[in-house]
Design a protein around this ligand. Structure first.
Ligand code: PEP
Length: 244
């Protein structure tokens, strides 16, 4: 269960979130729990979760180790601050910051090189779904991005299916719509990396997951977890998602 805080919270607000959140999930052993705050809160978050079952991830990662890349943060920098995961290819990065399947692949390879677990996002726009292109879009994103990994690299990633029309809109995909998309992605994995990889890979659903809809989504066998934006900002709400 991963929380994506997007561009919300200061270090002091991060501290106070974890004071409330930690006790609510300290007995939650059924899943991994990851919070991805803005870069400026990573140190505060890592300090606040020390000794707990909560991990901290970044919302992006540079494809280079260091260099003239203004505004980017590299794998070694994330290692040094204690992050363990990185969201890559979030639809907001694809839509507003020019992220492409090619750069998603490069960032994923960099995360793996530096021992971080990539949470690689794919998902279709509303117009693509309405024109019957969902499967084609997911397939293309997979083929141009994730399929460029080796089998060994692929074994270490987490995929997030995030239909863009469901992110931050309050319009959750029905469990059936989400499960169908997860099946498409898993079929791509099977074709490229084999049946064992398809069985083992964790595919998260993201898009307006809330305490009152998480159970029906998680009841779908192909949905292995959630990537949660808005509802991860408040400790009680994200804890009830984690403890669905
Ligand atoms: C997200 O940011 O990845 C997300 C799914 O947001 P929300 O839960 O707010 O739709």
């Amino acid at each position: 269960m991963a929380g994506n805080w997007k561009m919300f919270k200061t270090p002091a607000e991060t501290q106070s979130f974890f004071e409330k959140f930690r006790p609510l999930v300290e007995k939650s052993e059924h899943c991994e729990i990851v919070i991805c705050p803005p870069f400026t809160n990573l140190a505060a978050a890592v300090g606040a979760v020390r000794g707990s079952n909560i991990r901290v991830g970044a919302q992006n990662i540079a494809w280079a180790k260091e260099g003239a890349f203004t505004g980017e943060i590299s794998g070694p920098m994330l290692n040094a601050v204690g992050a363990t995961h990185a969201i890559i290819g979030h639809s907001e990065r694809r839509q507003y910051f020019g992220e492409t399947d090619e750069t998603v692949l490069k960032r994923t390879q960099a995360a793996l090189e530096f021992g971080l677990t990539p949470i690689v996002c794919v998902g279709e726009l509303l117009a693509e779904r309405e024109s019957g292109k969902t499967e084609a879009v997911l397939t293309a994103q997979f083929q141009k991005g994730i399929a460029g990994l080796t089998e060994q690299q692929f074994a270490k990633i987490i995929i997030a299916y995030e239909p863009v029309w469901a992110i931050g809109t309050g319009k959750t995909a029905t469990p059936e719509i989400a499960a169908d998309a997860h099946k498409v992605i898993r079929a791509q994995v099977r074709q490229k990396f084999g049946a064992d990889a398809a069985g083992a890979v964790r595919i998260l659903y993201g898009g307006s997951v809330k305490p009152d809809n998480v159970k029906s989504l998680m009841a779908q066998p192909d949905i292995d977890g959630s990537l949660v934006g808005g509802a991860s900002l408040e400790a009680a709400s994200f804890a009830s998602i984690v403890n669905f």
